[in-house]
Design a protein around this ligand. Structure first.
Ligand code: PHE
Length: 392
């Protein structure tokens, strides 16, 4: 591709993704406005997987963030100053995530960072934020270690120590499972962490893990792992992985005659899941942060606004991105638009914030105290709500 057609191609891709030219990306680098000072703008960085195997994670999160920021700005901004989001694509690669965040902090001078979705990417980039005292909010990384990196690192979602037991108990109680297999993405901290918790809960309940197999994100052929799993004759297969792999795993399993349900975590959530997995996922289940057909006014209102803008239903990533940007906006108002320790303390003080994914109160560990969790089921080719577990 020559240079000119490359630029046209990028512009077209960006139009397809965001429905607008990549203005945030173009304005990156060389921004001289003082973030909290008299420049009239507050600079916020966003890093995410806008391309690569987890592309819908980053795209949906971006759309949720931009909806929230446009609303905050339309309502007068932060004490009269507008929030400007500078977005970096990490291509679904943890090493790029860390580069993206150092660039946002050192070149763009952002005073807060939103991202990532994937726990491995958040873990790779969070130390940059912590070292520079720039608060980071991950909307959706569920691995326990992420917020332990330091007191500048926050999240909006439940953690895997909660999600894993919900998945294991669902298999035992609702699916009457007694013999499970687990298929783990070894290159993914989320997948390995969730695997341990599922395994522990399942075995403590006196049930047997009859097979364990591994893969690496991006693999295309799962036949040997699935053949070994088939030989162990499980009644459920846990796949705590991401949607692109899950879709292919399910398709190949059905080809091999494996009929038992797959049970997954939030990493299955994507508008592409059923496109890739199709009929192979019928009768399968996964845990999630919200259900987009929830009739409650706050969800309904968000879904309507988002659909009008983006012409698709918001997935959980969009909802968590929206919540993260709104919690940040609320904290910025309380810090008087200041960053650093003032902003960190303001975010930490978030209490009873009415989010789309539930009421958000941050605990001393910078994780929300109580979040609801839903289990979705693929039924007649659609995502349906199987059950909703309300916070205690
Ligand atoms: N929880 C996943 C992780 O930590 C990311 C994710 C969240 C994916 C929500 C989909 C939906 O890696």
């Amino acid at each position: 591709m020559n240079k000119k057609s490359g630029i046209v191609f990028l512009a077209v891709v960006s139009l397809m993704l965001f429905g607008c030219p990549p203005k945030e990306a173009q304005q990156g680098g060389g921004a001289t406005t003082s973030a909290a000072g008299g420049g009239g703008e507050i600079l916020v960085g966003e890093y995410g997987s806008l391309t690569g195997p987890q592309a819908t994670f980053g795209q949906s999160t971006h759309n949720g963030i931009m909806l929230a920021v446009d609303e905050i700005n339309a309502a007068g901004g932060i004490n009269g100053k507008k929030i400007k989001v500078i977005t970096e694509d990490d291509q679904s690669k943890p090493e790029e995530a860390s580069n993206a965040v150092s660039k946002l902090i050192s070149q763009n001078g952002v005073i807060a960072v939103l991202g990532e979705v994937a726990s491995s990417a958040s873990k790779a980039a969070a130390p940059e934020c912590q070292a520079n005292k720039v608060p980071m909010i991950t909307p959706s990384s569920t691995n326990e270690a992420v917020t332990k990196i330091g007191d500048y690192i926050f999240r909006m979602c439940f953690i895997d120590n909660y999600q894993g037991p919900v998945m294991a108990n669902f298999a035992i109680q609702d699916l009457h499972s007694t013999r499970a297999a687990i298929l783990t993405d070894m290159k993914n901290d989320y997948s390995t962490g969730l695997t341990s918790v599922i395994e522990e809960t399942y075995q403590k309940a006196g049930k047997q893990i009859v097979a364990k197999a591994n893969y690496a994100n991006g693999d295309a052929d799962f036949h040997s792992q699935l053949t070994a799993i088939r030989a162990a004759n499980p009644d459920v297969i846990f796949v705590p992985g991401y949607y692109t792999d899950v879709g292919q795993i399910a398709s190949q399993a059905r080809e091999l005659g494996i009929k038992v349900p797959f049970v997954g975590g939030d990493g299955w959530e994507s508008p592409k899941l059923l496109e890739i997995g199709g009929k192979a996922l019928e009768g399968c289940f996964y845990a999630n942060h919200y259900f987009s057909d929830d009739p409650s006014p706050i969800v309904h209102d968000f879904v309507q606004k988002y659909e009008q803008r983006n012409k698709v239903k918001p997935d959980a990533l969009a909802a968590l991105g929206y919540d993260a940007a709104r919690v940040l906006g609320d904290a910025l108002k309380r810090s008087g638009g200041k960053g650093g320790a003032d902003l960190k303390n303001a975010i930490a003080a978030t209490k009873n914030f009415a989010g789309v994914t539930g009421t958000i109160t941050l605990g001393p560990d910078r994780n929300p105290i109580n979040k609801k969790i839903v289990i979705e089921e693929v039924k007649n080719g659609q995502l349906t709500l199987r059950k909703s577990i309300e916070p205690k």
